[in-house]
Ligand binder design. Structure first.
Ligand SMILES: *Cc1c(COP(=O)(O)O)cnc(C)c1O
Length: 224
């Protein structure tokens, strides 16, 4: 059977119409050419996710300036300075050290940078992230509370890459329960409103489990 090829615009609008109003769509455009991003932009998409700083910088230069750029990949501290001028939200913050560097650079640029703390919920060792105790230590630390140029607006996590829907659901439920428990922490730079979980293969489960932000790439732009 011949597969009918949907355009980027059609796939984007299709996914968007399936999302509840409280869920934000990050269109993950890593490895894709700017023409593809432009097609999504023309269909109304304004939030794009990239996982490499240099690629994000190059696309930022070429594309309209009302795009919100999200860094969804692992970030090395020594590269933070390159993205501070234009990054809107950093999803993968997984250490106090990294947060410190983001704050330091944000001070230099007189900006306030929004961050999500990445939590390790998957079975795989390869995925980055804090465990629950590390998260609590971080949020309790005086060092964190003193960072005036960042705001932690939520948590991010990735489920195990598996076909086992029950396992995925358990992992997302675990992240949601950590998110709920963390509401008891208070500081001026903490406002936990965003739960970034769900990608092309698992976003319907993530939404069911309380996601407020999904990061979808291949279902919009095709495989990589
Ligand atoms: C690539 C990537 C995505 C999107 O993955 P798809 O399966 O293409 O939707 C989401 N989150 C992160 C952190 C990624 O690196």
């Amino acid at each position: 059977m011949k597969k009918i090829k949907m355009s980027i615009k059609e796939k984007l609008l299709d996914i968007k119409s399936s999302l509840p109003p409280h869920v934000t769509l990050v269109a993950v455009s890593k490895t894709k050419p700017v023409a593809d991003l432009m097609e999504a932009y023309e269909a109304g998409q304004r939030i794009f996710g990239e996982n490499k700083i240099q690629e994000m910088t190059e696309k930022w230069q070429q594309l309209p300036k009302d795009i919100e750029w999200h860094m969804i990949g692992h970030v090395q501290s020594n590269k933070v300075k390159y993205m501070i001028p234009y990054v809107k939200l950093i999803h993968g913050v997984d250490s106090l050290k990294l947060l410190k560097e983001i704050n330091r650079q944000a001070v230099r640029w007189r900006k306030n940078i929004h961050c999500l703390l990445q939590i390790h919920i998957a079975e795989e060792e390869t995925k980055f992230g804090l465990d629950e105790n590390e998260l609590k230590d971080l949020l309790n630390s005086e060092e964190f509370k003193a960072m005036a140029n960042i705001k932690v607006i939520g948590l991010m996590g990735m489920a195990t890459f598996t076909n086992n829907q029950l396992q995925i659901k358990r992992e997302f439920q675990h992240l949601k329960s950590i998110f709920d428990h963390c509401q008891q922490f208070t500081s001026d730079n903490l406002q936990l409103t965003t739960l970034s979980m769900g990608m092309s293969g698992d976003y319907p489960i993530a939404i069911e489990c309380g996601s407020t932000m999904v990061r979808i790439g291949s279902s919009i732009f095709g495989g990589r």
